[in-house]
Design a protein around this ligand. Sequence first.
Ligand SMILES: Cc1cc2nc3c(=O)[nH]c(=O)nc-3n(C[C@H](O)[C@H](O)[C@H](O)COP(=O)(O)OP(=O)(O)OC[C@H]3O[C@@H](n4cnc5c(N)ncnc54)[C@H](O)[C@@H]3O)c2cc1C
Length: 365
Amino acid sequence: MEATTFQASSLLSPAHRNSTSAAAPRGISFCGLHKHVVTVKTPFAKVSCAQRTQKYDKTISYSSWRVMASANTENGTPPSFDYDVIIIGAGVGGHGAALHAVEKGLKTAIIEGDVVGGTCVNRGCVPSKALLAVSGRMRELQDSNHLKALGIKVTEAGYERQAVADHANNLALRIRGNLTNSMNALGVDVLTGVGTLVGPQTVKYGKIGYPDKIVSAQYIIIATGSVPFVPPGIEVDGKTVFTSDHALKLEWVPDWIAIVGSGYIGLEFSDVYTALGSEVTFIEALDTLMPGFDPEITKLAQRVLINPRKIDYHTGVLAKKITPAKEGRPVQIELIDTKTKEPKETLEVFDDSDLFLFRVLDHES
Ligand SMILES: Cc1cc2nc3c(=O)[nH]c(=O)nc-3n(C[C@H](O)[C@H](O)[C@H](O)COP(=O)(O)OP(=O)(O)OC[C@H]3O[C@@H](n4cnc5c(N)ncnc54)[C@H](O)[C@@H]3O)c2cc1C
């Protein structure tokens, strides 16, 4: 790596060599995720995107030289690193950071412990919007008055649960592939494994419990994102009590779902599941639904997304304890008053009548 780094200086003008600015060298343009990934024009090289790999490496090295020159050791020799930047976590945050680093000419690696795309692509924005697209169509097809006014006849609107789930999953897979390809095309090394900082500029990565590879970088960006937040007292069994990660898989559509938290994620799930036939009960700790929204938007959402649908709600209550259904016992949700902490009521669902209780927890960073 060190050798590659210093080859670069032969490409530099004296002004570039002395530059300490973070800006990309003049003549290097970054064309994003399009077919032509990057174009490099220097007095020394004119490189098309198709020929990119070899010469582009040299261009990256230019900045490597600059970064390392500003980090000389006491005896004046530059320290050597495998990369200018290592990013831990390849969610949308890490991916954006990787693109930006490459744009600035930095030699970049990204370490991912699970799947590229993180929450947004695999368990968040993308599959939830795919399901919302289905729920929107379902509502249109169920709106017989509107259809009649348009002169359209639909005998019965229906859906295939597995096909809907596959649609969301396939979209996530496609976008995950695009993200990976875009990073490969730009020369970002995508390293697989869980990363752990073992020094200020060193990361170990590999299988959980057995990280066996070490890489170093001048800069390390931590972009490890979020996981579902499950408050104490709540037992998740993945079947009768579960998080948004499970709910997106649409493994079944229950008659009734209790959603804890009426933020935008809870609201999206209420939209999807009510369109597919479920009834929803929101449990909200604060005094109003959607407490984090702009009040005007809350009013509109209440009128359009809550009131006309099979949705009821308990506000000002905390779900203190939730116990999944087991051994013939129903799912139980114990509610307490948020302010006084006094017990309020217990909701129970017996699953012998084909009713299940689901819980969708908002994510928390
Ligand atoms: C249901 C749902 C719907 C959403 N809808 C939207 C929306 O419409 N719009 C919006 O803006 N946001 C939405 N979000 C929020 C959005 O998903 C997150 O804000 C976003 O994913 C955060 O991106 P991130 O890259 O910071 O973290 P993450 O996406 O969580 O990515 C972090 C990555 O780091 C990896 N990682 C963690 N630790 C390590 C380690 N030690 N070593 C290696 N890798 C590691 C993880 O495996 C993961 O891939 C939604 C979230 C959910 C749950």
